[in-house]
Design a protein around this ligand. Structure first.
Ligand code: UDP
Ligand code: MG
Length: 318
């Protein structure tokens, strides 16, 4: 078999409305590059006609392969499945909604040829709500301080990885996957360029506010234990403050005798301490929860069918 030079991995969840337009755009960009390519669609348990559509794309074109999940497992799982399935020397990860413009592929391939193992297309924030921009910027600042790996604003999953980089990503066995952190953790020479943000071509984003908040917490917790350290620091600072306060009271009593009992102080101290303790417990709980999930060693997803198994026999992939 001829070797495959480029694999494009596309996670799709309910992308019925755009998938065909996306496919046409992608093929029209890939063909002129004169490279052998394959397109790996991963249907993440869509409830619309996405699966049927990628199925017929695969039937019509041998360069198209797909995997379909038994239910929605999330984009992280879908990307993982796509990376595992890819066979190309370079692998490009992109969204199906045309927010990752296929026209940028030649530039990414060219940078790969210059020897970069990772090429990142970074979007700017054109056309985005002011509040979202503000929150994201603040989040990335905070992340920058808290994380051991660097995560940069606008750098998402739209990137090219060399086969070596893909192997490095696949060698990480964790159940809780936070790709942005993983891509940064594996290292290698990385090139980045910025493109103008585009709106989704059709359909709707699957990321609501709560989803984003949870994703943010995942990012903080997945890559380090600094929140635990922060809890210890806060505890120590409070204990010191309390000690100082106690000494001050003792001195006060020794000098002036017992005054009016300080209910307010007492109550404030109890409430503040209670709050901090609860928050700390929450932080510890997050980590324990993660340990629990990791120890179960469940597969990241369950496959319903793949283009390689035309009869659709369910098979389980770790
Ligand atoms: N996606 C997925 N599984 C999910 C949610 C999203 O595979 O549970 C895919 C989706 O089909 C799209 C990409 O991930 O190709 C990005 O999703 P979306 O456009 O909803 O995210 P946004 O661009 O708003 O960050
Ligand atoms: Mg999108």
């Amino acid at each position: 078999m001829k070797t495959c030079q480029v694999s494009v991995v596309v996670p799709c969840f309910n992308e019925d409305e755009v998938i065909e337009a996306f496919h046409r755009a992608l093929v029209s960009v890939l063909e002129p590059t004169r490279r052998t390519f394959e397109i790996c669609y991963v249907d993440d348990g869509s409830s619309d006609r996405t699966r049927a559509r990628i199925g017929s794309l695969a039937t019509a074109d041998r360069r198209v392969r797909y995997t379909s999940f038994s239910r929605n497992f999330g984009k992280e799982a879908a990307m993982l499945a796509g990376l595992r399935m890819s066979r190309g020397d370079a692998v490009v990860l992109m969204d199906a909604d045309l927010q990752h413009p296929p026209e940028l592929l030649p530039r990414m391939l060219e940078l790969r040829q210059r020897g970069y193992d990772q090429v990142v297309a970074r979007r700017d924030r054109t056309g985005e709500g002011a509040l979202r921009t503000l929150l994201s910027t603040a989040y990335y600042r905070a992340m920058g301080r808290c994380m051991d790996v660097s995560v940069i604003d606008g750098e998402g999953d739209f990137r090219l990885l060399s086969r070596t980089a893909v192997d490095a990503v696949l060698a990480l066995p964790e159940t809780n996957r936070f790709s942005k952190g993983i891509f940064s953790w594996i290292g290698f020479d990385t090139a980045a360029f910025t493109y103008r943000n585009v709106r989704r071509a059709a359909g709707s984003s699957k990321w609501g506010g709560r989803h984003l908040l949870n994703y943010g917490i995942d990012g903080l917790i997945s890559f380090n234990t600094r929140p635990l350290r922060l809890a210890i620091h806060a505890g120590l600072a409070l204990a010191l403050a309390a000690l100082g306060y106690a000494l001050w009271i003792i001195a006060d009593v020794a000098l002036h005798g017992v005054g009016v009992p300080g209910y307010t102080t007492l109550l404030t101290a109890v409430v503040a301490l209670g709050g901090i303790q609860l928050a700390t417990l929450g932080v510890i709980g997050e980590y324990v929860g993660r340990i629990y999930c990791e120890t179960k060693r469940r597969p990241h997803y369950v496959v319903r069918e793949t283009s390689e198994s035309p009869y659709g026999s369910p098979n389980f992939v770790a």
